[in-house]
Write a protein that binds this ligand. Structure first.
Ligand SMILES: Cc1ncc(COP(=O)(O)O)c(C=O)c1O
Length: 487
């Protein structure tokens, strides 16, 4: 949004500083979807939303539980006698039964190998609020957090915008390290910041990773713990995709590692939410679980700004205390995610598109480097425009995740039904075939080797001509329309 000089004087720095990051192409794809959303009968040629990391595959299980347990809802004849108590209660500690149930659920999701203390559970409005809350507790304006890239685009808004904290990307390259975080890269970025007189307060990671869909192994986690412990800085682990792990290796939480290692526990904090693991982003259940007493105390006071409604707490306390249901839900949800992931990646493989090998998340990190005209972010944006405008799929370009290698795209696969996935795959197939038009099939030769050369330049040229085309590195025209900032 462009601010007039008048408004710059009238409004606060936060209102006019434009640091929220919503002018990134990641959010721009949303506008294309909002203008022309796919519907199987009413708008079959519309844009399919593949930029939304939502888990919609197991709603039937939750709905089934709600029907069987009307007493858990205060707006049913079976549950209404609790209505008044729940409607008037609002303590920023939260309902004790809710904190107990969440602590147990967190342990269960982590395979029962660790337990959580309900008195350390601090509530917030989703992981969005939890991430900001933890920044407010750990850092002052101008301080910095290291963040391995590629990373979740909305971190700019959640961690930086209102807190004034800086984010320092730590580059994880695919060619050398398969996007793994290395201690050497962390050390390098940390030293660079120190030389520039920047006060590095911590490191934040997402495990499982958004956008990679990978999990960190024990050795990698141990090296992160020893890094922050040596430097006496914080480690914030955003573990909101913990229960989306659908194949080996199993998820290892930072909680397990700090129990095994000698370290200062005051430095460790987990951000959690039910948005991905239970598929309930609308409920805005966010959690900060800190091993630092002062962070728990301060965070609890701050949580007044983003409490979870007691109605939601009441319902979830009952649902998550039903151990049989939780066990069944977690097992079934990961089975369905595995199945969807397999269908989608196999469908891509059939046309020669590969993805980073992943075992978690609601998305894949798709490698379209062979489709780029040249290895630049400008070429990535051109291809992205083609995918949005011609193929009609809203996928998210790697540049919006601060990926340093052009050609990677995040594609979400769990926010739609089977039929829509099928339509998306058909469109991708058609797109790839068009690219090969005129090229005789070559036996035993992967098409992708030739694709860059043979790919229809007409499609590219159209995109280049588009008046809306932009680069993530050039000033981006701001939309007057408020963008819905989600996942
Ligand atoms: C890594 C990460 N952290 C936080 C969030 C925000 O989650 P919530 O909906 O709980 O605010 C998301 C959502 O996509 C995410 O991917």
């Amino acid at each position: 949004m462009e601010f007039t000089n008048m408004n710059r004087q009238l409004l606060s720095k936060i209102a006019t500083n434009d640091q929220h990051g919503e002018n990134s192409p990641y959010f721009d794809g949303w506008k294309a979807y909002d203008k022309d959303p796919f519907h199987p009968t009413q708008n079959p040629n519309g844009v399919i939303q593949m930029g939304l990391a939502e888990n919609q595959l197991s709603f039937d299980l939750i709905e089934g539980w709600i029907k069987k347990n009307p007493i858990a809802s205060i707006c049913t004849s079976e549950g209404v006698n609790k209505f008044m108590d729940i409607a008037i209660f609002q303590d920023y500690h939260g309902l004790p039964e809710f904190r107990n149930a969440i602590a147990k659920f967190m342990g269960r999701v982590r395979g029962g190998r660790v337990t959580y203390d309900p008195d350390r559970i601090v509530m917030s409005g989703g992981a969005t609020g939890a991430n900001e809350l933890v920044m407010f507790c750990l850092a002052d304006p101008g301080d910095a957090f290291l963040v391995p890239s590629p990373y979740y685009p909305a971190f700019a808004r959640d961690l930086r915008w209102r807190t004034g904290v800086q984010l320092l990307p730590v580059i994880c390259e695919s060619s050398k390290y398969n996007f793994q975080i290395t201690k050497a890269a962390l050390e390098e970025e940390y030293e660079k910041a120190r030389e520039a007189n920047i006060n590095v307060k911590g490191l934040i990671i997402t495990n499982p990773s958004n956008p990679l869909g990978t999990t960190l192994d024990r050795d990698a986690l141990k090296s992160l713990v020893s890094f922050v412990n040596e430097k006496k800085i914080h480690l914030v682990c955003d573990e909101i995709y913990a229960a989306t792990v659908f194949s080996q290796p199993n998820f290892i939480s930072i909680s397990e590692i700090i129990e095994e290692m000698e370290c200062d526990r005051n430095l460790f904090h987990i951000v959690y939410s039910l948005s991905k693991d239970m598929g309930l982003p609308g409920f805005r259940v966010g959690i900060v679980y800190s091993y630092n007493d002062d962070v728990v105390n301060c965070g609890r006071k701050m949580s007044s700004f983003g409490l979870v409604s007691t109605q939601t707490q009441h319902l979830l306390a009952a649902m998550l205390s039903d151990e049989e249901f939780v066990g069944r839900f977690l097992a079934e949800s990961s089975k369905r995610l595995a199945n969807r992931h397999q269908i989608f990646t196999k469908g891509l493989e059939q046309v020669g598109i590969s993805c980073l090998k992943s075992n978690a998340g609601l998305f894949v990190w798709m490698d379209l480097r062979p489709l780029l005209k040249e290895a630049t972010f400008e070429a990535e944006m051109v291809l992205w425009r083609v995918i949005i405008n011609n193929v009609k799929l809203n996928v998210s370009p790697g540049s919006s995740f601060h990926c340093v290698e052009p050609g990677w795209f995040r594609v979400c696969f769990a926010n739609m039904d089977d039929m829509t996935v099928d339509v998306a795959l058909q469109r991708i197939r058609k797109f790839v075939r068009q690219g090969k038009e005129g090229e005789a099939p070559v036996k035993n030769k992967p098409w992708r080797k030739n694709l860059r050369l043979s790919f229809s330049s007409r499609i590219y040229d159209e995109a280049i001509m588009s008046p809306h085309m932009m680069s993530p590195h050039s000033p981006i025209p701001h939309s007057p329309v408020l963008v819905r900032a989600r996942t």
